[in-house]
Design a binder for this molecule. Sequence first.
Ligand code: GDP
Length: 318
Amino acid sequence: MSKEEKILVTGGTGMVGYSLRWGHIYGNGIPDATFVSSRDYDLREKQQVEAMFAKYKPKHVIHLAARVGGVKANTDYVADFYYDNIMINTNVIEASRRVGVEKVVSFLSTCIFPDDAEYPLTESKIHLGEPHSSNYPYAYAKRMADIQSRAYKEQYDVDYVSVIPTNIYGPNDNFNLENGHVMPMLIHKCYLAKKNNTDLKVWGTGKPLREFIYSKDVGELTTWALKNYDESEPIILSTSHEISIRDLVDLIVSGFNYKGKVIFDTDKPDGQYRKPSDNSKLRKYLPDFEFTSIEQGIQETIEWFVENYEGARKWEKH
Ligand code: GDP
């Protein structure tokens, strides 16, 4: 995409923003876009959002910004998670409409699906039941981004769409050890276990299955969605390939060449056993898309983490 097309990326300093920003490394990104973060604008504030749009006058928006956190943060700050996310989405999508943005791609998450959804998850099941009680404020606020996009498309004939990636991992993730997601936490833990000659402690039995997608692939698929995806229904971005936590641990352990002991701490929760998704819709559009293998993605992420240990995000965000 050329500079003239003026793309604004909210939440631009996170993992996905990073994969778009470094498009010259990754090939298919959009390094010419403007990347804004919460340090630049407080998107909960309508006036700040309007000022941001007045300044950049984008034609396209990739909306990544959200208040995110693990299960503990979601539980401790339930009201804040609802308010912050609903305000951020409402302001960004409405301001986009007001200044004539032609396309918005908003990011949702698989945790918005109903707790008792029938597997595999498909795009048509988002609103068919209550989300899990541990993150319902976040989930409902995110669901409303889908509703808002659909409504704006219907009334204003704008191309506002949503994408739903499964567990994203990659460089510039948040590697904090208290309340992170499994991939960055295990990478950080294994790094420390190797450095300090200690055991690697994994939560749970190792049996649960998850689907991971590399941030570089999400960057490419986002660029694709920006140009090509225009359905009002969201699209799931997923490999639809499950891996057990045990196998994931093996990959991380061999990525670090860690020779120490691995302990599965079964006092810690496993969470859901699996939550597979169906990527048929994505495959219908992009039958030949080649996902980065998880082996390669993990290797690159480990290398990035080791090289950038000091600067990598490791703190908890409230
Ligand atoms: P979930 O996908 O919402 O359940 O979130 P997580 O990414 O936190 O956890 C996925 C799975 O990895 C669960 O079965 C966890 O028990 C397991 N797991 C193993 N070790 C860790 C760890 O160090 N941190 C986290 N967050 N999960 C871990």
